[in-house]
Design a protein around this ligand. Sequence first.
Ligand SMILES: Cc1cc2nc3c(=O)[nH]c(=O)nc-3n(C[C@H](O)[C@H](O)[C@H](O)COP(=O)(O)OP(=O)(O)OC[C@H]3O[C@@H](n4cnc5c(N)ncnc54)[C@H](O)[C@@H]3O)c2cc1C
Length: 366
Amino acid sequence: MIVEENVALAPLTTFKIGGPARYFVEARTLDDVREALAFARERGLQIFVLGGGSNILIADEGFDGLVLRLRFEDVEFKTTDSETLATVGAGVDWDVFVARAVARGCVGVELLSGIPGTVGGAVAANLGAYCAECSDTFVQAEVIDTQDPASALQTFTARDCTFSYHDSFFSHHPYRHIILRALFRFASDSARPQAYHDSRFNFADLTQEKGRTPTLQEVREAVIKVRGEKGVLSTSYRSAGSFFHMPFVSRATYEEVQRRARVLDAEKEAQLRPWAWEQPDGTYKIAPGFLLEYTRFQKGYARGAVGISPKHTLSVITSDGATAQEVVALACAMHDEVEKLFSISLEREVKYIGIKSEAQECVQFF
Ligand SMILES: Cc1cc2nc3c(=O)[nH]c(=O)nc-3n(C[C@H](O)[C@H](O)[C@H](O)COP(=O)(O)OP(=O)(O)OC[C@H]3O[C@@H](n4cnc5c(N)ncnc54)[C@H](O)[C@@H]3O)c2cc1C
């Protein structure tokens, strides 16, 4: 195991900003991970596991602990008559894995094409798009406990991971458990559903010939095309994807949001429909981008080197010279304006690493 000091983290994130890691280890074996954990423990250092850096914001001062980057990059597929199992290292690029699964006719991840990050990060985030989620095909993960690294590896089943919308057990215990490998189960192509839940991907629209079921590869290409048009491919902008989670609210709150939106601008409310979706439990999922449309933080908003994607209201973007402090300030202002107008407190999807005070940043910027 090689421990590097003062390693720049900005190039390892999709925002391309933030300071260095005090210590940095690339782990290729279980021994490397155990040694890194022991190194951190001896020095009382906090540990942060870095995946593809596509859902994090690193403080300008950097991270005053040990950053562990997993290079577990093994992928093994086993196919029987009815299913395929894939064991995948946590450091494998998520979209490379999806591409390989699609090429083998594995059903279940094709709608999750074109999303940056690693397999470990995808499990931790329960990555999702177009009504599909990582947890749809996830079976279990091999996990090490950072507080007891010498003990046997643990197996976390889907149940242990307590997956929910863009969330998992791991998001709530970010420094405690490290996912080393994950096992996925796929139905074979012949068992494919006749339609996708998301209306953007109706089979009929995906092929030239009406009525023909598109191949998994055609679905993947359609998803990547739509993501490109929305500016949410890793090559589109420097961002961390959607900055805020979709809020789930009661029916009464949904009706109040609708009432306030109509008072503010009824025409806009009508134009932006659908902006809320009723859930089986009677709550409503609201598009945060809709709420932001009533603030000054609209598509294309820019201030200095930070701003909002011209194609996607929820994507905070950066350019050369941007600081994490500015991103925090912008996000804080976006949050506060939505709360003032709609009494909804947006929750951050992007994880802050090493960032100490949000409130102070907000005041400084505006
Ligand atoms: C352009 C763009 C589009 C995006 N679109 C989507 C989308 O459609 N849907 C969606 O869900 N997300 C989306 N995202 C967000 C992001 O891609 C996902 O959340 C991704 O799964 C993060 O993985 P990562 O490896 O980059 O994790 P990182 O950003 O490196 O880390 C995120 C968190 O996961 C933890 N983590 C990473 N690896 C491990 C591990 N092995 N064990 C334990 N914890 C770990 C980290 O410690 C950290 O807390 C998008 C991001 C970008 C930049």
